[in-house]
Design a protein around this ligand. Structure first.
Ligand code: PMV
Length: 321
């Protein structure tokens, strides 16, 4: 029996991934850029040579759908693998749009590769994690991570690249959890629907490279206003493609917009804060360390709960299993 435990942090996209150039391989239509976030993390243990596959999530047996997503991923890690026990838990709410699949598949790729006795580079682990959930390829690294679109049909050139480590820039993401409800439409289904039916989708794809270049330059210059503007541009262009799908795909709730308006009011008052939303109603607000408490106080009345996150480090193996 072999055993390995890995920990990975979730990441939130500053420039968004929305749309696939290959659905089976999870290859993106656009490049993206994210910030890996601590202290939230997923911790996953994989044990080999079990009597049969067994998947436990948050201390309970996985549903059939959840278990098959995990065991199909283990088959990608090693097609000749023995049965395995997987035990995975998040120390943060697995709520809609909080990137839990990113840390989950990054931790699983690392723990399963180690337990099954394989050697893979970080870039190979990233490309592997991408197969489980696209955004997971960015959670192999800490700090700011770019995911290139790539052009190869096999996807070998589409994995994460570290742009700047967690110590480069001590920013904060203040999270507003505005709903505990389940995600109404999974991200893959939402992306396919958007690409098929939104007249704005082509414009979204065409504008992505320029937004990415702008955001990456802002990260390297530690220019928060420039980064915040690029992030909001990416966020609202992505959501515009969803809103103009047929039928419209609307992840926002009234409280989502209330937080966005609170962030705009903060900016009018001279506080540097910018908002982003993913495939769910939660809002994440980017700001400087010294403004995080002010931002939290301003958005808390519209949220069920809030949390302040900062740059997280690379996904890593734990010393003991
Ligand atoms: O990795 P997925 O399939 O969960 O898709 C993530 C999509 C967004 O969160 C909306 C954007 C992103 O880049 O993370």
């Amino acid at each position: 029996m072999n055993c390995a435990t890995a920990t990975a942090h979730p990441n939130i996209a500053l420039v968004k991934y929305w749309g696939k150039r290959d659905v089976a391989l999870n290859l993106p239509a656009v490049p993206s850029l994210s910030l890996t976030l601590a202290p939230w993390s997923t911790r996953t243990t994989v044990e080999t040579d079990a009597p049969r596959d067994e998947v436990r999530l948050a201390g309970r047996p996985a549903t059939d759908a959840e278990a098959s997503r995990v065991t199909r991923f283990l088959d990608l890690v090693d097609p000749d693998r023995p049965p395995c026990v997987v035990d995975s838990a998040n120390d943060f709410p697995t709520a809609a749009g909080l990137a839990s699949s990113a840390s989950a598949f990054a931790a699983l790729a690392l723990a399963a590769t180690e337990a099954l006795g394989h050697t893979r580079t970080r870039a190979e682990l990233s490309a592997l994690a991408r197969r489980g959930s696209g955004s997971a390829c960015r959670s192999l690294w800490g700090g700011f991570v770019r995911w290139d679109r790539g052009t190869r049909a096999d996807g070998a050139d589409s994995c994460g690249h570290p742009v700047a480590g967690p110590d480069h820039w001590d920013l904060r993401m203040v999270v507003a959890i505005v709903s505990d409800g389940p995600k109404p439409t999974a991200s893959t289904a939402g992306m396919l629907h958007t690409a098929r039916t939104s007249p704005l989708y082509a414009g979204w794809v065409a504008s992505a490279e320029a937004t990415l270049a702008e955001a990456q330059a802002a990260v390297l210059d530690r220019d928060l206003e420039r980064l915040g503007r690029a992030m909001e541009q990416s966020t609202f262009t992505m959501h515009a493609t969803m809103h103009t799908s047929d039928p419209p795909l609307i992840y926002w709730l009234p409280a989502t917009l209330a937080v966005v308006h609170a962030v705009q009011a903060l900016r009018r008052g001279g506080v540097g804060a910018w908002a982003t939303m993913d495939a769910g109603p939660q809002v994440k607000v980017l700001c400087e360390v010294e403004d995080a408490d002010t931002v939290q106080r301003a958005i808390a009345p519209h949220a069920l709960r809030t949390a302040i996150l900062g740059p997280g480090r690379d996904a890593h193996l734990e010393p003991a299993c």
